[in-house]
Write a protein that binds this ligand. Structure first.
Ligand code: 9MR
Length: 350
């Protein structure tokens, strides 16, 4: 939906006071050889709505980064990596702050990119007033309605409900919402979102549902039940935080479980991490893995698009969350394209 660009303030520092150097990537490692205008153009040519990326506000002062983010036809969609979440948008009860989220939304709008809202109900990045408020069911229901209604109403457009409601064994996650309201909080949030923006696409966004198994079956059962109750639900987001060499072999079948129900699917948070250091062999396997995932989306008619969870290793969440692992994205630390970039192109063109 919407975006604006920050001018970077570049100070010249004496060499002795140099800003910490960007980690050097081994020049002997293979790079990209693809010759394409932009990944979004390639995705569109393959019949998809977009190839997009997550981004975060503190990254938008890096002009080398924004030059790629805003390059024509490189990305057709943006997700705010953090600044539309609950702690960012309603840090105190009924006090809404949209300044940072708006910066991302305005950037999307000014470049004609789609916006995925991320997210309106989730067990992480929740302010303590929600988790420790000891609200009763009626109060918490109103709190969800107010939060989802206000945030989704503010960002009219394509909105994803990133609630990740399930544990890996398929049972419901025991968070403040489930513990107070049972699974009914999901319907509450979806209905509030639909009322706030009838045109918004409403998604449940999960991880570890990318291959067939207990959790993907449980999610299928959940969305089936929501549809039977007439609860608005348009799609399922497959996060796809993968490990090199371990892309689930049943990714296509898992997507088809949901498209068979009349839902759309999207790959919403793709990255493919490796144990560092990078080697030529790992980068080649990563290229193959990106190609496999992208081709899975291309193969499933109801898969609308793919979002990478930021496009450069410089800003990926992986190293801080998984110590010793990283290099999970298609551009390296120096914002140079990796073989993974070519894997994305090949996956759409295959
Ligand atoms: O990439 C996000 C990172 O910057 C945050 O610190 C983290 C907080 O939990 O959330 C990361 O994004 C998550 C996303 O919102 C939901 N799916 C999993 C992502 C990676 O943890």
């Amino acid at each position: 939906m919407h975006f604006s660009l920050l001018a970077a303030f570049i100070a010249l520092a004496p060499a002795a006071l140099a800003i910490p150097a960007t980690p050097v990537v081994d020049a002997s490692l293979p790079g990209s050889t693809a010759n394409v205008a932009g990944l979004h153009a390639v995705a569109k040519a393959a019949g998809k709505l977009y190839l997009g990326t997550a981004t975060d506000n503190n990254e938008l002062t890096n002009t080398q980064y924004t030059a790629i983010l805003e390059a024509p036809n490189m990305f057709g969609q943006i997700t705010a990596e953090n600044t539309m979440k609950w702690d960012a948008t309603e840090p105190q009860q009924n006090v809404f702050t949209f300044t940072q989220g708006d910066q991302i939304a305005n950037l999307a709008k000014s470049h004609g990119m789609l916006l995925r809202g991320h997210n309106c109900v989730w067990h992480q990045q929740l302010p303590s007033w929600v988790t420790a408020g000891n609200f009763n069911a009626q109060q918490l229901t109103q709190i969800i309605q107010n939060h989802c209604g206000t945030v989704v109403g503010h960002y009219k457009g394509q909105v994803e409900l990133g609630c990740k409601p399930l544990n890996d064994d398929g049972s419901f996650r025991q968070d403040v919402f489930f513990n107070t309201l049972g699974s009914g909080y999901i319907a509450t949030a979806l209905r509030a979102a639909r009322a706030a923006d009838p045109a918004a696409k409403l998604y449940i966004n999960e991880f570890n549902v990318e291959g067939l198994g207990a959790k993907s079956t449980a999610l299928k059962n959940l969305v089936t039940s929501l549809k039977q109750q007439g609860v608005p639900i348009d799609g399922v987001g497959f996060q796809c935080h993968f490990i090199v060499g371990q892309v689930p072999t049943t990714l296509i079948q898992s997507m088809q479980q949901f498209t068979a129900l009349g839902l759309e699917v999207a790959i919403t948070e793709l990255d493919i991490r490796m144990t560092l250091p990078e080697t030529a062999a790992l980068l080649e396997q990563q290229k193959q893995d990106f190609q496999t995932v992208i081709h899975a989306c291309k193969s499933v008619a109801g898969c609308v698009g793919v979002t990478v969870w930021d496009f450069t290793d410089k800003f990926s969440f992986v190293p801080s969350t998984f110590p010793g692992q990283g290099a999970a994205t298609p551009w390296d630390q120096n914002l140079v394209k990796k073989p993974a970039f070519d894997g994305i192109v090949a996956g759409f063109q295959q």
